[in-house]
Design a protein around this ligand. Structure first.
Ligand code: 2M8
Length: 421
């Protein structure tokens, strides 16, 4: 079967009726940013289904605008922690944390593609229905997750960042008390080699933070005041800035002037404040612990999302391009999730080395949009080569292209269809 057909077959097989699971065994529920990227993949062959993916996700939005990272439409014993551990009390049952807000950017793409195909009229009502939900989620980030009004996103859990075991969370995770976590049985390591997954200490911290949120009734304002883990994530912050630019474009498209002015103000706050994440010593964008003020000091794939965020700062761009060339000379396949020159780099361990197609998509499109065509094209080509050589894995070793994590992975197949091919 050719790769286009295989990618479509993966999305179709992982479709559970209105939403798509990332991988049937390892991740048997609907995940937030996975679904957004999956919609881009569906859009290549089934526009109707693409919009439904996003609409289903937003059916799980809470009244205050919060959009959960997992929606448990049906229970499944193959994943831990499941709905009873989160105990958010919402219908449908969801987790209590969010994930990187790529949805507005995706919805703009879906809309532009419908429009280009002469189907704008058919999809306009659906765009109008989604817009206020996207705006409500972005307001939630502004009001609940940016306490210092820097225009960044302060993550309350490593899982919120989507880059679960990035070393960026090691030092900020130290204050998390894991002494009362109790016994639990992980399911991920029964599906996958433990060498590709987070460690026991990392899982203890993940669980302790879930217990912390649950003990506070998932009151996000209260959690933001007290949580022992509070990190301004460079990935989420760049993604939200980009998403706000796309939401502004949509507001103008829909003639929503008051909303446009409000979003403009959110963007202005970010443009004025996001430099807080620039580490002058490392000459790099990186995450920063809100509680200690310390930069992580790690060059990760998320550092390269400044281009996608539309930040145009020649000196900082030059710094990032120097890292790009250095890393590009070290590994055949960009962009490793952690700098290969870092002593903690591990080529198949999850977010400590492997290449992720969705991050490459954002890095590659951002570089190209900013006029760095050769670099953007290198990222796209490397992404395609990984899929051509090894199929559609969750992630890949940047050294030899070995697949890491689950196979037949939805968002990887989607990125093939939407961009890499
Ligand atoms: C991974 O995260 C989940 C928790 O959300 C897990 O390991 O159990 C991450 O790669 C995350 O970014 C992704 O959304 C999720 C599903 O693909 O898996």
């Amino acid at each position: 079967m050719d790769l286009d057909s295989r990618a479509k077959a993966i999305l179709t097989a992982n479709d559970r009726g209105g939403y798509t699971v990332p991988n049937g065994r390892v991740y048997p529920f609907q995940w937030n940013w996975d679904s957004a990227f999956v919609a881009l993949g569906f859009d290549a062959f089934d526009r109707e289904r693409a919009w439904t993916e996003v609409e289903t996700l937003f059916k799980a939005q809470w009244d205050d605008g919060f959009l959960p990272h997992i929606v448990f439409w049906k229970d499944d014993p193959g994943y831990f922690p499941g709905p009873s551990v989160w105990a958010t009390g919402h219908d449908p049952v969801t987790s209590g944390i969010t994930q990187p807000p790529v949805a507005a950017t995706v919805v703009r793409k879906l809309w532009e593609s419908a429009h280009a195909a002469g189907q704008g009229d058919a999809f306009r009502a659906r765009l109008e229905a989604l817009f206020p939900k996207l705006l409500a989620w972005h307001r939630w980030f502004r009001d609940v997750r940016d306490p210092d009004k820097r225009g960044v996103v302060v993550a309350m859990h490593p899982w919120e960042t989507g880059r679960d075991n990035s070393p960026e969370w090691d030092a900020p995770g130290e204050p998390i008390d894991v002494s009362n976590v109790g016994d639990y049985v992980r399911r991920d390591t029964s599906h996958l080699d433990a060498k590709m997954r987070p460690t026991k200490l990392e899982y203890d911290r993940y669980l302790a933070l879930v217990q912390w949120g649950r003990a506070r009734g998932w009151d996000h304002a209260e959690i933001a005041r007290t949580n022992p883990f509070q990190v301004a994530d460079v990935g989420m912050s760049m993604i939200l800035l980009r998403a706000n630019r796309d939401l502004l474009w949509l507001a103008e498209e829909l003639g929503r002037d008051a909303d446009a002015a409000e979003i403009d103000a959110i963007i202005a706050t970010a443009e004025a404040g996001i430099d807080w994440l620039w580490d002058e010593d490392r000459h790099c964008w990186c995450s920063r612990d809100r509680l200690t003020g310390k930069h992580s000091g790690f060059v990760t794939s998320a550092s390269f999302l400044s281009f996608y965020a539309g930040l145009h700062d020649p000196a900082k761009d030059a710094g990032m391009l120097t890292h790009f060339e250095r890393i590009g000379a070290r590994v055949p396949c960009l962009m490793p999730s952690l700098d290969p020159d870092d002593p903690g780099f591990q080529m198949i361990r999850y977010w400590r080395g492997p290449v992720w197609a969705v991050v490459n998509y954002m890095i590659g499109t951002g570089l190209t949009e900013c006029g760095y065509d050769a670099q953007g094209e290198r990222v796209r080509r490397n992404t395609a080569e990984l899929m051509e050589k090894n199929g559609f894995y969750e992630a890949y070793s940047p050294i030899d292209g070995t697949g890491s994590g689950g196979d037949d992975f939805s968002w990887t197949a989607a990125i093939w269809l939407a961009w890499a091919r």
